[in-house]
Design a protein around this ligand. Structure first.
Ligand code: NAD
Ligand code: TDX
Length: 343
């Protein structure tokens, strides 16, 4: 079995590549990654010495390269994407390019090798904000920001290649992942590392937006389950049922690193901020997958990882990140480095 893991130098892709080399040691794993700002060779450094693992730097939009790599594979798992909602609000060109055109480039190559299984990694955000209830796999898509709209475009293309050309396509839609190796722009590593640097944490709006928190290793086991057992043409939600308002998660994060609520700054909200995501996950449960549970324990292990791995994240928060942080936060209503501001 040879698999191509695109985006495998990012957060979830590198955790997935690590899981596969451990649990399926007989497989050959090729990581293809462009190494954008979010891709980091350090995320897979430990894997490079493993037999059967290889790394290729390149773009999923590069049809010639993808056309060289895919034909010898049995499966493709497409994690590669632009992934940060706030960046998509600042400009969506890269999102449309990678998440839609890149997906299409891969599908066009797979189309000529129809025995290959293609797994498209997607997100609960494609269902949009749900005031009540939980999304099932055939709920309407109602993306609310350019990131989720681009991801929905990728999903629909993948499903259309299944229906039009019989490609062996499966899709996973997971909720918010957290754990080791997450780029520190996302809320959990941003807040943890800010506090470790003595900086405040910028909480958007009233802090009552709800996300369902899924430990990255659970998601990776879910992706592997769908890759091996999923029915062709089907979509599988992956969530852990840890639905919490952001303020509660923030308090847990602060607690995990021994800080108090004085570190919270309520800042101007994200435009179009989806209020609540929620997934029903009975379908993947029927394939034998279940989340491992213990959200507080997973969060405190995650906090310990960031506390113990400053050498991993400190370089990521220097250079370009400082400009990003300044642009994104420092002019925002309610933001202050020094004194607490309420409300
Ligand atoms: P990430 O931003 O940490 O990593 C993305 C990786 O893709 C990076 O290594 C980057 O270099 C690579 N990449 C970007 N554009 C590329 C291109 N054109 N060609 C090749 N490589 C490219 O993202 P992540 O959080 O690990 O997310 C992985 C996947 O999971 C994405 O498809 C995302 O939409 C999906 N997802 C993420 C979450 C989450 O909570 N993080 C939740 C649900 C779904
Ligand atoms: O500084 C912040 N302050 C804040 O209050 C940031 C960065 C976020 N937030 C809020 C916004 C969200 O309600 O925290 C919540 C989580 O935000 P993000 O970490 O940016 O994730 P989200 O927008 O929910 O999207 C994530 O989950 C679905 C991933 O980034 C996507 O890639 C994934 O598809």
């Amino acid at each position: 079995m040879r698999i191509l893991v695109t985006g495998g130098a990012g957060f979830i892709g590198s955790n997935f590549a690590r899981l596969v080399t451990k649990e399926r040691p007989e497989w050959e794993t090729i990581v293809l990654d462009k190494l954008t700002y979010a891709g980091n060779p350090a995320n897979v450094r430990d894997l490079r010495a493993m037999q059967g693992f290889s790394f290729v730097q390149g773009d999923i939009c590069d049809k010639a390269l993808v056309g060289d790599l895919i034909p010898g594979c049995d499966a493709v798992v497409n994690f590669a994407a632009e992934t940060h909602v706030d960046r998509s609000l600042a400009g969506a060109d890269d999102f449309v390019r990678t998440d839609i055109l890149g997906t299409n480039t891969m599908l066009e190559v797979v189309r000529h090798h129809p025995r290959i299984r293609y797994l498209q990694v997607s997100t609960d955000e494609v269902y949009g904000s749900l005031p009540t209830g939980s999304a099932v796999e055939d709920s309407p898509l109602n993306p609310g920001n350019p990131y989720s709209a681009s991801k929905a475009g990728g999903d629909l293309l993948a499903l259309s290649y299944h229906r039009s050309f019989g490609l062996d396509v499966v899709i996973t839609r997971s909720s918010n992942n957290f754990g080791p190796y997450q780029y520190p722009e996302k809320v959990m590593p941003l807040f943890l590392t800010n506090v470790l640097e003595g900086k405040p944490v910028p909480l958007y709006g009233d802090g009552m937006n709800v996300r369902d928190w899924l430990f990255v290793e659970d998601n990776c086991r879910g992706v592997l389950t769908v890759l091996e057992k999923g029915v062709s043409g089907e979509v599988y939600n992956i969530g852990a049922g840890n639905e919490l308002p952001n303020i509660e998660v923030t308090m847990m994060i602060l607690d995990a690193v021994g800080a108090s609520s004085d570190m919270i700054r309520y800042v101007e909200d994200r435009p179009g901020h989806d209020r609540r995501y929620s997934l029903k996950c009975d379908k993947i449960a029927r394939l034998g997958w279940a989340p491992s549970g213990d959200f507080p324990g997973q969060l405190s292990r995650t906090a310990a990882w960031y506390r113990d791995n400053r050498a991993w994240w400190e370089p990521l928060k220097s250079g370009e990140f400082k400009d990003y942080y300044r642009r994104m936060y420092e002019g925002r209503r309610g933001y202050s480095e020094t004194s607490p501001v309420s409300g």
